[in-house]
Design a protein around this ligand. Structure first.
Ligand code: NAD
Length: 442
């Protein structure tokens, strides 16, 4: 995109937002109208389900839409790559996320932006809101606060909690990596991985790499101060904000390497960049230091750490980025809609790491069935069947791990999930046809 095309693109987005005045709305899902129906759905009839839910709280998942409703909560401290935009700046982004939740996963998501940044108060807010929701999606919250927030809420709530910048990125990265490794004939348990960037995305990717089978000692992480190693002075300082980086330093980098990005990439089979926009963060000559058939995932947005063509010129066999205009987009939207679809369908109490890895394998296997190549290691956003298979895999893993409140059969799961994923697409088709939603002037 040229500079003037870029300016026009952002202007268009603003124009469309002004025109539509919101990207989601509430619509009834029951027949309504007329005195009798209203008195059944609302007072006096609703007193009966109210009493049943009060005496048995799990019943609320059967009597209301709680089971399919996710809170998207943000304090606006790290909105996209734009920093601390605050709650108002965060709201258009959260609405966009809600649209993706609904359109791709059939999940009703409510954007909630709060004028509060304190960790303990955020925990309190989410916990008090828990009774209205089937799940929580933390969004655009700065690190390291996001780590503690996720960890505490995962422990303290009885509904799934998710932070897309962590788990979503890690899930889709692992899905791409599974297929990239097939193309070069390597196995997760044998590879050496350099992870450039040890923030929300980097630390979650390291955690999931380990759950997926990569040897922790074979991972080397780098942040803006260089390679993370056990005795690095800042990490030994006891600073509580560095707790999660210490967690990484204590488990990874068995050789105790020191230095920067080139030292971390030397001999690596895979480099995963989740650091800061490039180009030039990862250099061509450093790709040449890697093992044979190197895999380069340069995920920084909006510009990858190294341009894909540069990585290829330096010998990279498979290259992925975060962008839709290059092949192999590591796109979080391939993860959260289906993960929540699967988790909510079985009323899961948690989203475990294993459920995420199951989702990654389902995505990878969908692409493999279609035929993987250097330019197609992961499905794209419009491959609806990939979402259905992924959601089923998540639901089955939840049942297997004992975190599901419901245990439908495989066939029931498939029917229910397909129905929920197709529903908003059919709805929108009708709404567009009937003029209830105006066609976009683009
Ligand atoms: P973050 O701020 O939490 O972490 C960034 C990390 O990168 C920090 O550890 C920082 O020290 C490190 N870093 C910065 N400059 C560096 C350099 N020159 N060398 C080495 N390390 C450096 O941010 P985050 O949420 O983890 O996101 C990081 C990047 O990944 C962003 O560019 C973001 O857009 C991108 N990202 C992409 C996707 C995707 O495409 N699917 C998803 C999530 C994040």
């Amino acid at each position: 995109m040229s500079e003037s095309e870029r300016i026009d693109f952002f202007k268009k987005s603003l124009e469309l937002h002004r025109l539509y005045k919101g990207k989601i709305e509430t619509v009834p899902k029951v027949p309504a109208g007329g005195r009798i129906l209203f008195s059944l759905w609302y007072t006096p009839g609703v007193a009966e389900p109210a009493k049943v839910a009060a005496s048995n709280p799990d019943e609320v998942f059967e009597l209301t839409n709680r089971w399919n409703t996710v809170m998207i909560i943000s304090d606006g401290t790290r909105v996209l790559g734009l920093g601390k935009l605050g709650p108002e700046g965060a709201l258009p982004v959260m609405e966009g996320k809600a649209l993706l939740f609904k359109y791709l996963g059939g999940v009703d998501a409510i954007p909630i932006v709060v004028r509060e940044r304190d960790l303990e108060k955020l925990i309190y807010i989410v916990k008090t809101l828990e009774p209205s929701f089937g799940g929580v999606n933390l969004e655009d919250i700065e690190s390291p606060k996001c780590f503690d927030l996720l960890e505490r809420l995962r422990q303290e709530l009885e509904i799934p909690v998710w932070h897309d910048d962590q788990q979503g990125t890690a899930l889709v990265t692992i899905a791409g990596l599974i297929n990239a490794l097939k193309l070069v004939g390597k196995r997760l348990q044998d590879i050496r991985v350099a992870v450039i960037g040890a923030g929300a995305a980097g630390i979650a990717i390291i955690r999931y790499l380990i759950v997926a089978g990569v040897k922790p000692g074979n991972i080397i992480a780098v942040d803006s101060k260089g390679i993370l190693y056990r005795d690095r002075p800042d990490l030994k300082s006891g600073d509580p904000r560095l707790k999660w980086k210490r967690w990484v330093a204590e488990r990874t980098n068995e050789e105790g390497r020191t230095g920067g990005i080139p030292e971390a990439m030397k001999g690596a089979d895979v480099v995963i960049g989740v650091s800061r926009p490039g180009p030039g963060v990862i250099k061509k000559e450093w790709v040449k230091l890697m093992n044979d058939n190197p895999i380069v995932f340069a995920e920084a947005n909006p510009i990858p750490e190294i341009w894909p063509w540069e990585a290829k010129e330096a010998g990279a066999k498979v290259v992925a980025t975060g962008r839709s205009d290059f092949p192999n987009q590591i796109n979080n939207s391939l993860g959260f809609p289906a993960v929540f679809r699967g988790a909510l369908t079985v009323r899961a109490r948690k989203i475990t790491d294993e459920m995420c890895i199951a989702a990654a394998y389902a995505l990878a296997s969908y692409a493999e069935k279609k035929g993987i190549s250097e330019d197609y290691i992961i499905p794209t956003m419009d491959e609806t069947e990939a979402y259905i298979e992924e959601a089923i895999a998540v639901a089955e893993k939840a049942i297997e791990q004992g975190v599901a409140r419901r245990k439908p059969t495989k066939q029931e799961l498939e029917e229910e999930i397909r129905e929920m994923i197709m529903r908003p697409k059919k709805y929108l088709e009708i709404a567009l046809r009937e003029g209830l939603v105006k066609k976009a002037p683009i």
